[in-house]
Design a protein around this ligand. Structure first.
Ligand code: MZP
Length: 504
């Protein structure tokens, strides 16, 4: 006979947090939201790669393109660039994030002096960068001859067939620095000379990198920015269990910081085999996430048999997901997180190895995020939250005077994410597990994220926690009755906006 679990499947709405002792130290400025993205041994917390903001974006076509990845890393989180696209285009998105900015950037816009102005315009369109290094043969690390910017020519007046050598600023008239200069010294040079860009050359005069003024300002206004040891933004990428060998190889070569299998069901031999292969091939240095699972047995499988760094939790809770309706598989997200977190804590106690957990999907408001973290998740993965922002890859649309953005599931026929399904690329999907929808536009990511972070920190202060570990340990939750929910909303008052709407 089938096993029936004792407790019913519960959602975040069914819980509230009790307040704990808030001391004078418990102020938002003292709260750290750093969260590990990598497994670590007891006492070696500092060796694990951490997020500064406990948010990662869903590996979805309508969510995690390069713009969102850049915006999120600047705010301390990390995007997982979707794998429902060719290896080449996924790698290109990762590349754009890695070369985007921060400190010493390898120039991705280079031309030989004999190239035409039209080539410079085409290159600018392709890369989005208006500073072009003029080098021997147009290489990124060959002899630097000068710099061409948009200020050096008039696109609609100059003869675009003329060579760039007639327009660029030659090296003799440029301010530049030698390799070995520190970022601080480079910034000082930019400031003293009122320049936008400082080329760095090696001892033979070959271009090494570029330092930009705007990167300095960006960095100052984003104190949580998440960068690697070369000051490049952090970015993750999703893998499937079909072409993971070639995909992972290409992504790792491009400098991706972490990988994660994108599957609605990670408790599978396909995922185990793929993770074991990657571990054998690349060792423990690469970060690999697995999932999704919804119970302790799935966690143990991915950790002990497959060897993941972090485990993603959630089936069927995503805002665009119809898996539970279509297949009857899933579990309330609160029950899933609580069950897996208990298994994680036991594993840590017994083996001394901490496995970070990610609560994925169904976080429909800031309170849900808070609950997921309180219940034991180290960070959360969100789709809708980010799909609504300016930086998601979809266009804004107006309907009845309001702005919307398209948002569709990876299991919808629109995503044509055939890798998730065993039917193969040539066959049509037999049924869908995701819908094609619209979400209200919520503006740029920065402000929205800041509000959510302010709420999380305020709650942690109420609970008496200054970091994620204390939040997990100190959180006391209670289940709520329907009447408690009603009591928690506004009661017996008329809200001003309702009176105003009814009055018109
Ligand atoms: P949400 O943040 O929009 O509620 O959910 C995003 C999550 O839903 C993703 O991270 C992924 O786990 C899941 N997802 C994506 N596509 C589908 C689908 O088509 C899906 N069913 O369930």
């Amino acid at each position: 006979m089938a096993t029936i679990l004792e407790d019913i499947s519960r959602t975040f709405n069914e819980f509230l947090l009790l307040s704990g002792n808030t001391t004078k130290e418990h102020i938002p400025a003292n709260v750290s939201l750093r969260a590990p993205l990598q497994r670590f041994e007891r006492g070696k917390e500092d060796e694990a790669l951490c997020l500064n903001t406990p948010f990662v974006s869903a590996a979805m076509q309508a969510v995690s393109g390069q713009d969102l990845a850049i915006a999120l890393a600047r705010k301390g989180g990390c995007a997982f660039v979707y794998c429902s696209q060719s290896i080449e285009s996924q790698v290109e998105m990762v590349r754009k994030v890695k070369v985007h900015k921060a400190g010493f950037v390898t120039s991705d816009s280079n031309l030989a002096p004999e190239a035409a102005l039209q080539d410079a315009i085409d290159l600018r369109k392709r890369t989005g960068h208006s500073t072009i290094a003029i080098t021997d043969g147009g290489g990124a690390h060959t002899k630097l001859l000068g710099i061409l910017t948009s200020k050096d020519f008039w696109e609609f007046k100059d003869d675009l067939s003329r060579p760039v050598s007639e327009f660029f600023t030659p090296l003799e008239r440029l301010v530049y620095a030698q390799e070995g200069v520190s970022l601080q010294e480079a910034t000082e040079l930019l400031w003293e000379n009122k320049k936008e860009c400082l080329p760095i050359v090696d001892k033979d005069g070959n271009l090494s990198s570029l330092v930009f003024r705007r990167d300095y300002f960006d960095h100052k206004s984003n104190p949580d920015e998440l960068t690697d040891d070369r000051k490049r933004l952090l970015v993750g990428a999703a893998l499937n269990t079909f072409d993971y060998k070639e995909r992972a190889k290409a992504l790792i070569a491009e400098g991706v910081d972490c990988l994660c299998f994108d599957s609605s069901d990670g408790y599978s031999d396909w995922q185990k085999e793929a993770i074991q292969y990657l571990r054998k091939e690349y060792g423990n240095d690469i970060i690999i996430g697995g999932g999704n699972v919804i119970a302790a047995d799935g966690f143990q499988f991915l950790v002990e048999e497959a060897g993941v760094d972090f485990v993603k939790i959630g089936i069927g809770g995503g805002s665009i997901c119809i898996t539970r309706e279509q297949k009857g598989i899933g579990r309330g997200q609160a029950s899933a997180v609580l069950d897996v977190a208990a298994a994680r804590d036991k594993y840590y106690e017994e083996k001394g190895i901490y496995i970070p957990l990610c609560s994925d999907g169904g976080l429909n408001n800031d309170t849900h995020i808070i609950m997921a973290l309180a219940m034991g998740a180290d960070f959360v993965m969100m789709g809708k939250y980010f799909a609504m922002t300016e930086e998601s890859p979809t266009p804004k649309l107006t309907y009845k005077g309001r702005l919307y953005k398209p948002y569709w599931g990876e299991g919808s026929s629109r995503a044509r994410n055939w890798q998730r399904y065993k039917e193969g690329a040539d066959q049509k999907m037999v049924f869908e597990e995701g819908v094609d929808a619209y979400v209200p536009y919520s503006g740029p990511l920065g402000g929205k994220r800041d509000t959510t972070i302010a709420k999380i920190k305020a709650t942690m202060c109420n609970v008496g926690a200054l970091n994620m570990k204390e939040f997990h340990e100190n959180a006391v939750l209670t289940r709520v009755s329907e009447m408690t929910l009603i009591e928690g909303g506004t009661t017996h008052v008329e809200q001003l906006d309702r009176i105003q709407t009814e009055g018109t």
